[in-house]
Ligand binder design. Sequence first.
Ligand code: PEP
Ligand code: MG
Length: 575
Amino acid sequence: MTDTSRTRILRGLGVGRGAAVGPAVRSHPAPSSAQLRADGVPDASLTAEDVSAAYRQVGEDLAKRAQAAAGTALADILRATSAMAVDPELTAAVTGRMAAGQTALSAVDAATEEFVNLFTAAGGHLGERATDLRSVRDRVVCCLLGLPGPGLPQLERPSVLVATDLAPADTSSLDLSKILAIVLEQGGPTGHTAVIAGQLGIPCVVRAGAGELREVHDGTVVAVDAAAGTVVVEPDEATRTRIDVRICGLRELAENRSPGRTRDHHPVELLANIGTPDDAERLDPNGVEGVGLFRTEVLFLGREKAPSREEQALSYTRVLRALPDRKVVVRTLDAGADKPLAFVPREYEENPALGVRGFRVGRTAPDLIHTQLDALAHTWKSSGTESWVMAPMIATPQEAAAFASMAHGRGIRRAGVMIEVPAAAVRAADILREVDFVSIGTNDLAQYTMAADRLLGGLADLLDPWQPAVLHSVAGVLRAATTVGKPAGICGESAADPLMALVLTGLGATSLSMAPGSVPTVRFVLAQHTLAQCRHIADAALTEATPTDARNAALRLADPTTLNFVGVTAGGLTR
Ligand code: PEP
Ligand code: MG
């Protein structure tokens, strides 16, 4: 029997609809200097030779891991990090400090921070490498102290991964078969780890526990409910039963393969967001009506050189083959800002999110977009399937027209753009004149409308897609598209929220694209409401002045039994 007096509920932001119960397993961060000092770790005996050997060892380990991951984007990241570990300048900075009297561990920390500051000041691609430098530091410290390397634990049984935060490289090396759920103390609902977890159908709660998550140790049983945004530590029988019922319900919903329809048969395409050919191959082609967002940048990130036309064509072909006769909307490279590319020359940018990113990369590296469109046109021509391509971060009708002409000029039939910059949302009617369709990226649209960095979990309240300013912006775009009769979908994370899906349908969305694991719930909720109900719900949400009131207004008008079944409650989820 579970001792119910030990049950605690930690709240956070849920990503996706899933739920799971299992033992917690923590990722192992390297000890901080403060922690080491507090523990009285004696490092005075460590010599400069020990330190140089530790850097060499870390470099070799990373190089081996890169070899094992050959052919993936991760391999390039690991190779570059390995090169950093054996960089003689870094080792010299550490041993120089030791010669001047510092102990080994403080010298490692001080030299790391010195390089981090240099990289951060350089900005762009180098700024991004600061995380890798710190990861080298963590590994060297563990090596010097004989501790197991920092990072993800080796999982022996299906477990709930608990961490302060996870780097994208950590997330991509997860053994999926053993991860029941992910719980993070930090991170944001539209951050990379959350997006990847959603992509893989892993229930995830971010910003969990407000400090209390640290008390969850290896082996402690936790019940994760992404729909409610809760993590129940040492759950009682009632909680376990509730979660088990939810898991069974979700399994049942996943059996339904019908296309997206309201109760009165108004069609809304239900599509998947993917990032790699592997994602496409993992999809059940009958479970979705296609792909609404193929984020192609994964193919370009962490590489020294851009992939060739031929290499790209191979990747795109794999995706089309995995989804025969399905619609696949490919987004051209969305790099820059938080996704810098080594091979694109970049000036220092004070505000990279407002800099040369997305379609704008074509200003400095026009060959990239031309080669990518050539590869796509070639792929579609050989496969004989309908071609849909869209550009990210379009701000003006002129950019939209330029992109459409590049795509149409190569025989690509449907050229569209993402609406994720407020300027594009305001001038949506003008943009729609230039293109065949639009897709609203609510992650960036919320970021730029609210002037709130989407990677800052602390600003999650401002990034909430129920914010009236964001809702009205989305409504304006959908109205403009309905007027001209062109398709307008949503491919930001908000499409995965079943209550928001009703609002978006009521506003005129023709497709909803989301992490594949969210499709069954959205399909179910949509099928229980008529188009008139969706319109009524949308109107009610639009009249409210706060995100909470907007959500509650929608909730009051939606079918309570349906929402209850999928875990949508008044105090619960937002996304
Ligand atoms: C978005 O901004 O909503 C979007 C779908 O694009 P990404 O998350 O890749 O920036
Ligand atoms: Mg975006």
